[in-house]
Structure formats: structure tokens, C-alpha cells
Design a protein around this ligand. Structure first.
Ligand code: ZN
Length: 334
């Protein structure tokens, strides 16, 4: 009796193990509905379907990220198909057009005519995942891959529609709303950490988490010798201007005062609902005239080592850029 019982138990265990291994080898069916489809999509050597994935513009960013996830999941086939988004000859001709559009494309932003997209090249390179020169065939091929991902025609030409889509992607990542901080959510930063060390106490307030993230980011920038920041004991040297805070929390009263003092000031200063109300927006010194939107000034700023470092690394510390103002960074972590 005891022997029989043991035998039954043994047989059952073997059958269960066999069943388990059979289940493990049989792949999910390609036509499987619902939950198994996602799993299959990740395994199959098939391109994600950008057209169906990005049918809705409103969901553009989330969907592009979904495609990114699939693309980085390790499926070599996806990379191969994406690399062939445009043929070499097409990429070369797109590069020629990009060479002209870089400084010549006419578009508008905030009701103001704009020319070219050269100023935004570092952000564009970051977005489309390339370090290739904006006039190169490699850059055009990366533009085409990105266009394909977001459901645009994969021409490799950085035309107005593509630029607009890039801008809406950047803008969608910024802080939503402008909640006014409670007094205990703000702290006053030492004067020496400001670009203008004579700035008044009430103008040196920053939201606490934002400040902590800024300090972590600053330490990383100082430690990175390629940025060439002057430092002392791992901290930014007093003499160093780059990456110091120009402006952070701005109260409604202060913003009103600015408006009265400079009736012709730029859009940023006039903003009735500025992200600076949150204490989570930082204007950082990235070169040139600190916060002047003139094209020549912004072109200079976006060439500096400090700015380029921010474009590559700020996201890691929770900061996202405002594409139009190289100095303006917002703490976007929840
Ligand atoms: Zn700002």
C-alpha cells in the first residue's frame, strides 16, 4: 500500500514536470488575442507597427515611448528594419535639404517668425539618438527613424511638420500647472550659489526637492572633467559662473513688479502663469547674456560645454528643458 502510494506520487510528479516543459516550449500563438499578443510582439522578429500605434496625435509621446521600449527590448530585427528607414541615396538627398533648412526653414513660435533650427540641434540630436552632424546623411537617417516611430513620413528631412512634432514632444514633458508652493516648501539658497551673488534673499528661494536635485546634478557636472568647470572640494568654485542659478522662485508680486518695470520685456518676464511660480523652474547660466532670447545669444549658449552637458544629463536628475530658452530648466519629477 505504502509502495503504491509512493509510486502514484512519483508518476504524478513526472507527468507534471513533463507538462510544464511542454508548456514552456510551445510559443504563444501569433494570433493569440489580448494579453499574449504583447508578449509575442516582444519576441517576434517583426517591426512594431508605428502607423497603428501612433494613430492619435494626443498620445504621441506615450506611444513613441511604447515603441522605444519595444525597440530597446533587444530585438535585433527591429533595429535592422529601423536602420533601413531610408535608403543611403535618400539619406544623402535629405542631408542636402537639411543643410539648407537648418538655417533657412521659416516657422513661427508664440506668434513670432523664426528661422532655421540650428539652435536646437543639441536637443534634436538627443531626441533622435544621434551625435551625427546636422548636415550629414547619418543625421538624416536618424531623423527618418524618429519620423517612422512617431508616424510621420520617414523622409529624413527635418521640415516644419517634423520640427513641430519635436517641439510638441519637448513641451509635453514639461511641468503641468503652476501650483504655488507653501512657504515651508521653499528654502533660501546661499548667495554664493547664485550667478548674481548680490541678489536679495527673497529672490533666492527654490523648492526643496528641486534644490536637492540641482545640487546632485551640479556635483555630477563638476566631477565630469569634460565640462571644465572650476571647482573646489568637489563644489563649484566661487569664481565659476557656469551652471549657477540666475533665477528660481518668482512670486506673483515680483512678476507684477517686473511687468511694470519693463513693459516691453519678453514673454518670459510677462508671463502671468510662469513656471517660476512653482519654485521648481531654474534659470541656469549657460553662457552669453544670461536670459536674452535673441537668436545670436541662444546660438552661442547652445554651443557651450555646460549647455551640452545639461542636454545629455539633466534628465537623469529629473530636469527637463524648455527648448526655446537654453537657460530654463524645470524639475519634472513628480
Ligand atoms: Zn526661466
Amino acid at each position: 500500500m505504502t509502495f503504491d502510494k509512493r509510486k502514484i506520487v512519483l508518476i504524478s510528479a513526472v507527468s507534471l514536470a513533463t507538462l510544464a516543459s511542454v508548456v514552456a516550449i510551445v510559443p504563444p500563438r501569433p494570433d493569440g488575442a489580448g494579453a499574449s499578443r504583447g508578449l509575442f510582439a516582444a519576441r517576434t522578429p517583426e517591426t512594431p507597427k508605428p502607423a497603428s500605434l501612433v494613430s492619435s496625435n494626443a498620445n504621441e509621446v506615450r506611444l513613441a515611448e511604447a515603441v522605444d521600449t519595444v525597440a530597446t527590448a533587444g530585438t535585433k530585427a527591429v533595429e535592422t528594419v529601423e536602420a533601413n528607414a531610408v535608403a543611403p541615396a535618400v539619406a544623402e538627398s535629405a542631408a542636402q535639404q537639411n543643410r539648407a533648412l537648418k538655417d533657412g526653414l521659416n516657422w513661427t513660435f508664440g506668434g513670432k517668425p523664426q528661422r532655421g533650427w540650428a539652435i536646437y540641434v543639441p536637443l534634436i540630436q538627443r531626441l533622435i539618438g544621434t551625435e551625427d552632424d546636422a548636415a550629414s546623411a547619418g543625421f538624416a537617417a536618424s531623423v527618418a527613424r524618429w519620423q517612422k516611430r512617431v508616424g510621420l513620413a520617414a523622409s529624413g528631412v527635418l521640415d516644419e511638420a517634423t520640427l513641430m512634432r519635436m517641439i510638441s514632444t519637448w513641451q509635453a514633458r514639461r511641468r503641468k500647472g503652476s501650483t504655488y508652493p507653501r512657504p515651508d516648501e521653499l528654502l533660501t539658497v546661499p548667495a554664493a550659489e547664485f550667478w548674481d551673488s548680490s541678489r536679495a534673499d527673497d529672490l533666492r528661494q527654490v523648492e526643496r526637492q528641486t534644490y536637492a536635485a540641482y545640487k546632485r546634478m551640479l556635483a555630477a557636472a563638476v566631477a565630469d572633467s569634460s565640462v571644465q568647470l572650476a571647482s573646489r572640494n568637489g563644489e563649484l568654485a566661487a569664481s565659476e559662473k557656469y551652471l549657477k542659478i540666475i533665477s528660481a522662485f518668482r512670486s506673483r508680486e515680483y512678476q507684477d513688479r517686473l511687468r511694470k518695470l519693463e513693459p516691453n520685456a519678453g514673454r518670459g518676464a510677462l508671463a502671468v502663469n510662469s513656471p517660476h511660480f512653482t519654485g521648481r523652474a531654474l534659470d541656469l547660466y549657460v553662457g552669453g547674456e544670461p536670459t536674452i532670447t535673441k537668436d545670436s545669444n541662444r546660438a552661442l549658449q547652445t554651443q557651450t560645454r555646460a549647455y551640452r552637458w545639461l542636454v545629455r544629463h539633466a534628465e537623469r536628475f529629473g530636469f527637463c528643458p524648455y527648448f526655446y530658452e537654453p537657460w530654463h530648466w524645470e524639475y519634472c519629477a513628480p
